[in-house]
Design a protein around this ligand. Structure first.
Ligand code: GTP
Ligand code: MG
Length: 149
């Protein structure tokens, strides 16, 4: 089944929002299949955000992301890449709907507290960048019978 990479950024960790963000994915029914806290290096973050190299905000983004530990997670379930982005809300919190994570907890685009993979392809790349070979820890959930028809 589909997997995505969701990360609580340093501002989310500092503000005590790890539980809130993880809880929303859990309550939706998605399955947590990996998680860890990492204080990432600039080099690692430049790889993660390679697509944005050259943007005017890139240096500030790397500095922000390297400013403290992040909480990196892998989630699994039906349509989880697209649904995960929907749970996070629009990139710019000023445009994020209330009820989304960013719409409820953030204001500035440069402090938008969370990251989510934007496609199945990037999810695969990001999971291997952050977690290496053993990207996820598979396990059966009895509750799946109550979440999926
Ligand atoms: P992520 O889930 O974090 O990847 O966000 P996204 O996919 O919705 O947006 P994108 O990949 O285009 O940008 C990555 C991150 O760069 C955003 O989440 C913001 O933290 C930051 N960012 C994007 N655009 C801007 C901008 O115009 N100004 C600033 N300061 N930061 C930006
Ligand atoms: Mg992105």
């Amino acid at each position: 089944t589909e997997q995505t990479f969701i990360m609580v950024k340093p501002d989310g960790v500092q503000r005590g929002l790890v539980g809130e963000i993880v809880g929303r994915f859990e309550k939706r029914g998605y399955q947590l299949v990996n998680a860890k806290m990492v204080h990432a290096s600039q080099e690692h973050l430049e790889q993660h955000y390679a697509d944005l190299k050259g943007k005017p905000f890139f240096p500030g983004l790397i500095k922000y992301m390297a400013s403290g530990p992040v909480f990196a997670t892998v989630w699994q379930g039906k349509d989880v890449v697209k649904q995960g982005r929907a749970l996070l809300g629009a990139t710019n919190p000023l445009a994020s709907a209330p009820g989304t994570i960013r719409g409820d907890f953030a204001i500035d685009v440069g402090r938008n507290i969370c990251h989510g993979s934007d496609s199945v392809e990037s999810a695969k790349k990001e999971i291997s960048l952050w977690f290496g070979q053993d990207g996820s820890i598979p396990y059966k959930r009895a509750v799946d019978a109550w979440i999926y028809e």
